[in-house]
Design a protein around this ligand. Structure first.
Ligand code: SF4
Length: 296
């Protein structure tokens, strides 16, 4: 049995998958998206990043330099995390006085969330969010328990941990078997822009989408819309083209940028580089949806 590091739970989620869902936000993420509203979830706990064959552990918040692709770490997880080390900090916020991360065994977490099954009715279920792929072994065990009770399982991921070496794929395939829906963020199609935005290449992320399609796994694709940053016509058309080549995209969504998490960056002493960014207007969202073919 593996240990899962859970940042928080939402018992009545309405946006992360179909129906009413219990959403489990896992701790740890290698990406450093400039618009991230949960930088407090970045730090990786215990050996969670070692699951599914990923041997790297970014040891810091790693806030990469704004507007620069210096530090983009390519298609594999690298120990550096693409950023600046904050020396002397603890790895995991469970070590902090106010840390909220909680350790769970798969059975313990399942018993915790299954109490809410009456909310789920016929089309809801469980979504594991945060960067669920960094704790793939735990999520596989957790979802396996859910499937014994016919609970719908969704996995929300940025795809960054995905890679194609045989050991990783064996673990990933086991996870795929017990995952009904993948919710995949595609943040930029242009690799250089993706690096600048997140600190990581998108090559393996796009490959993951293709792999899911090849294996007949349903997916939703989501794109965060930041006016002037992630809304270029060219980029959105490229995303539409890419999605049209996938056989199993059941839904595509625009997630409008918001700045609700800026206070967390400030609290953590991180430099928020999108201070001038604004929320997209309804017209800008409609334009993006038309370019993606979501709206006619
Ligand atoms: S992938 Fe998600 S959690 Fe990770 S940095 Fe980006 S927005 Fe934040």
């Amino acid at each position: 049995m593996s240990t899962g590091y859970v940042h928080s739970l939402e018992t009545f989620g309405l946006v992360d998958g179909p129906g009413v869902r219990c959403v489990i936000f896992m701790q740890g993420c290698n990406m450093r998206c400039r618009y991230c509203h949960n930088p407090d979830t970045w730090r990786i706990c215990g050996s969670s990043s070692g699951q599914a064959g990923d041997g790297s552990v970014p040891e810091d918040y790693g806030s990469h330099q704004a507007g620069s692709d210096a530090g983009c770490v390519g298609s594999r997880s690298e120990p550096d995390g693409g950023g600046l080390r904050r020396a002397g900090e603890d790895l995991c916020p469970k070590a902090d006085a106010a840390g909220s991360v909680r350790e769970y065994g798969p059975q313990e977490l399942f018993e915790r969330v299954y109490r809410y099954k009456n909310y789920w009715r016929n089309n809801g279920g469980i979504t594991v969010s945060g960067e669920a792929l960094l704790q793939a072994e735990f999520v596989t065990e957790f979802f396996t328990l859910a499937k014994t009770k016919n609970v719908h399982t969704a996995l929300d991921t940025c795809g960054q941990p995905f890679r194609e070496d045989p050991e990783y794929l064996r673990a990933f395939d086991r996870l795929m078997e017990v995952t009904d829906l993948f919710i995949l963020d595609i943040k930029e199609m242009d690799d250089a822009k993706h690096c600048s935005l997140t600190g990581h290449s998108n090559k393996n992320i796009l490959r993951m989408a293709e792999y899911l399609s090849e294996h007949g796994k349903d997916m939703w694709i989501r794109h965060v819309l930041v006016p002037g940053l992630t809304d270029s016509e060219d980029g959105l058309r490229q995303l539409a083209d890419f999605m049209s080549g996938l056989k199993t995209v059941r839904r595509a969504e625009i997630l409008p940028y918001h700045a609700f998490g800026v206070y967390k960056w400030e609290k953590l002493g991180l430099d928020y580089t999108l201070k001038d960014a604004r929320v997209p207007t309804d017209e800008e969202i409609a334009r993006a949806e038309k370019l993606l073919g979501i709206r006619k």
